[in-house]
Ligand binder design. Structure first.
Ligand code: ZN
Length: 510
């Protein structure tokens, strides 16, 4: 049977009870439980009253939970176990059972440590001697009750998360660029708002990427301006995560799904900017080149001129040299360096030319792209509204029947796809628009672009076709061996319109 602390000296006469005091914050966001400070004070009072010298105080567990769902190790629970094993105390003092353990495993570890080192355990105004069978039983029951309580808290936290998500309210880690107001009395979140300095930084990051700046350049500037958070440098993944997070246009995402408008204001205020960034970072040309380990400038882009169906060239090893070869009939082959140097020189020259400026200055083209995007958004919002109505019930019936929704989906989905394709068709990559006509095209090309970016430019501006050499083994390039057709010239075919790609209806007369 546990005994009251005041009788401890009777049961264990002439024993010095060095005490280990343990205080732990409960994971109660409203701080209704006793604070760690209060717990420690109560423990000190208890020790003073009964003449137990305080050996050590463990009170740093403020942000960590002892529940088995907690992600971080509880350092001070571990430190407590170590102190017990090191013989630093003869009694552990805490406020209540749940302060020691939130799961049975933690209880067992504490119990074993106490048993092995003949340390007593004091909580809820009782002292337990774990070498005794009935005390082990009583503490085990308390541990089970404490675990149950912790599960209850976890369920409540999950329910709150779901409810918050439904309301569009923020939950969990704060997005960089925002700040939060809490009620000082209840600890309730009042609002999430744009951080006065960081908010505008986020907006300018999106605007720069939308305007064609590279993530690399943006990252360099961010680093030059300072750290993301004290002690944390800006890393590439911070930026790439930010650019993909719909929270910045004020959408609430819960478990990967968009659950509607958020209660916080968007930092990216223009839908147009957000859409442009998503197009740029979602460019399949980028995604493809990321997962190929060996990257070549023109593999899969330049084609064989001898074969009627325009098969792409692929890289192969030819007598120790890398070469491009027709992927379908192997009828054309050229050393990789030779073709790359020839094409790069011509492309750099063309990008700085008036013809290039003319090809990309077409505002009509941009206007068409914007109109197509507008159409796409219109269809999308119609569909969203229909889905909303189909899931809203009045007098037990949905406002829109499932059959009507299905027919609307069947009608709108192809329209959305077509509008999307038309927008992609008409818009020039922002990257290309940024380089065209610049006097320093050559140094941008050589020093400022990654191989993926060069490939993106090639796709957008030129068709390269390779023909057979008249004499085999020729090391230089004969006239007519390589034919280049630039955008705006007759016969230019847009990437994605040839080979196995689906043929799209022409949105313009080129
Ligand atoms: Zn061929």
């Amino acid at each position: 049977m546990p005994i009251a602390p005041e009788y401890l000296h009777l049961v264990h006469p002439d024993t010095r009870f060095d005490a280990l005091i343990y205080g732990r914050a409960s994971r109660d966001p409203k701080k209704k439980g006793r604070s760690v400070g209060d717990q420690i004070d109560s423990g000190r009072d208890l020790c003073d009253t009964h003449n137990w010298p305080i050996a050590e105080v463990f009170d740093q567990d403020v942000d960590r939970s002892a529940s088995r769902h907690a992600r971080k190790a509880r350092k001070d629970f571990e430190a407590l176990l170590e102190a017990i094993a090191a013989g630093k105390g003869r009694i552990v003092v805490a406020w209540e059972a749940s302060r020691y353990y939130r799961d049975i495993e933690a209880y067992i570890r504490l119990r074993n440590a106490c048993m092995e080192n003949s340390v007593l355990l004091c909580y809820n105004g009782q002292v337990f001697d774990l070498s005794k069978r009935e005390d082990r039983k009583a503490t085990a029951q308390d541990a089970i009750a404490a675990e149950d309580e912790a599960e209850g808290i976890r369920d409540r936290v999950l329910r709150t998360t779901r409810a918050q998500a439904k309301k569009g309210a923020p939950h969990g880690r704060i997005l960089w660029g925002y700040a939060r107001h809490y009620d000082p009395d209840t600890g309730d979140l009042i609002e999430q708002y744009a951080h006065p300095e960081r908010g505008p930084v986020v907006e300018s990051i999106f605007e720069r990427i939308a305007a064609g700046d590279t993530e690399y350049a943006v990252l360099k500037d961010l680093r030059a301006k300072g750290e993301r958070l004290p002690g944390i440098e800006w890393e590439y993944y911070h930026l790439s995560g930010m650019l993909r997070n719909p929270g910045y246009i004020g959408r609430r995402i819960h478990q990967g799904k968009d659950v509607g408008p958020a209660t916080w204001p968007p930092l990216v205020k223009k839908r147009k900017t957000w859409d442009a960034v998503q197009r740029i970072i979602g460019d399949p040309a980028r995604a493809r080149s990321v997962d190929t380990a060996v990257k070549h400038l023109q593999s899969g882009i330049a084609t064989c001129g001898e074969c009627a169906d325009d098969p792409p060239l692929r890289v192969l090893k030819n007598r120790g040299d890398l070469s491009y070869q027709c992927d379908a009939r192997y009828d054309t082959v050229i050393r990789r360096k030779l073709l790359d140097a020839y094409v790069e020189e011509a492309v750099i020259k063309w990008l700085g030319s008036k013809a290039a400026v003319a090809a990309f200055q077409s505002t009509a083209q941009e206007k068409r792209a914007e109109e197509a995007r507008e159409r796409q958004r219109g269809y999308e919002s119609q569909l969203e509204e229909a889905r909303e109505r189909a899931s809203t019930f009045k007098d037990g019936r949905p406002l829109l029947s499932v059959a009507s929704l299905a027919s609307m989906e069947a009608r709108l989905e192809p329209l959305i796809e077509a509008a999307k394709a038309a927008a992609e068709e008409s818009s020039a990559p922002a990257l290309v628009r940024r380089i065209v006509g610049r006097p320093d095209v050559e140094s941008i090309w050589n020093d400022g672009l990654s191989i993926e970016q060069r490939r993106t430019v090639l796709r957008a501006v030129v068709n390269v076709r390779l023909y057979k050499a008249r004499v085999s083994g020729v090391r230089s390039i004969e006239p007519g061996r390589i034919k280049m057709t630039f955008v705006g010239e007759p016969g230019f075919v847009r990437a994605g319109r040839r080979g196995s790609g689906p043929a799209l209806p022409a949105a313009e007369g080129s």
